[in-house]
Write a protein that binds this ligand. Structure first.
Ligand code: COA
Length: 220
């Protein structure tokens, strides 16, 4: 079971899949606690902070390997900031960062959209619903913020449960080789991506120069 509690001290409420769908407007301000039998419980979902970056990068390296930076999606993220309010992390009961998801502003053949990813959960906490909670909270926030659609490159066997399919991506082109069956989209607004065709390009806010220099220095 999922429980949602807001930073402002709201009483925790049942946080089922239905509640994610039914009350997206309430969730953006809050945090989510995943109450589960997992060794990682309780899990708190919250906004990412600057201090999370080293742990987030270590988690992504462990989960996706060094080749993660070579993915076409990375070309849409490099040098950009995530979409406002759409960088989330999961923390275990000891304050350890055990999950991350970020969404990015893109143009999908001229239509404003978000790119989801990377999504990763620490190996020790997988299978407990943390990944699903991160995705659902991020989608709920994105919809509540007025975004029309989300695209991603990922396994359809995982993302179909969140409403993603290849239905609207046939005419879109990622900036690099992409398996068609893994190029997925979900529209919040019916028809938001109908007939969308052309390149997917980055439209997010650019990282300020000092932070870029620091990022390069860290990567070296
Ligand atoms: C994918 C990932 C984020 C899922 O995190 P999680 O917290 O374990 O996910 P959940 O608990 O919400 O869901 C687990 C379920 O999804 C399934 N699942 C996980 N990854 C899957 C995949 N790639 N394809 C199909 N099913 C998958 C699990 O088998 C499990 O199924 P079950 O509920 O029937 O037991 C995690 O496995 C991970 O970090 N993997 C490495 C990085 C990665 O592949 N990221 C996604 C890029 S596409």
């Amino acid at each position: 079971m999922f429980l949602a509690s807001a930073d402002d001290g709201l009483t925790a409420v049942p946080f089922t899949d239905a509640a994610f769908q039914a009350a997206p407007a309430r969730l953006p301000a809050g945090r989510a606690v995943v109450a589960d039998a997992s060794v990682c419980a309780p899990i708190v979902l919250r906004d990412e902070r600057a201090a999370d970056v080293p742990a987030r990068e270590a988690l992504l390296d462990a989960a996706l390997g060094p080749a993660r930076t070579l993915k076409p999606s990375e070309r849409l993220r490099s040098g950009r900031l995530p979409a406002e309010g759409l960088a989330l992390i999961a923390e275990d009961g000891e304050g350890r960062l055990v999950g991350t998801v970020r969404l990015w502003n893109v143009s999908a053949g001229g239509r404003p959209a978000l790119l989801l990813g990377p999504l990763a959960v620490d190996e020790t906490c997988r299978g407990a619903g943390v990944g699903a909670a991160l995705v659902r909270l991020a989608l709920a926030r994105a919809e509540a913020a007025g975004h029309a659609a989300v695209i991603l490159v990922g396994d359809p066997e995982y993302y179909a449960r969140f409403g993603f399919s290849t239905d609207a991506t046939a005419g879109l082109v990622m900036p690099g080789p992409t398996e068609r069956r893994r190029f997925l989209a979900r529209a919040f607004v019916a028809g938001a991506l109908d007939g969308a065709a052309g390149r997917v390009t980055a439209t997010g806010r650019r990282v300020a120069l000092p932070a870029r220099v620091e990022a390069v220095a860290q990567a070296a």
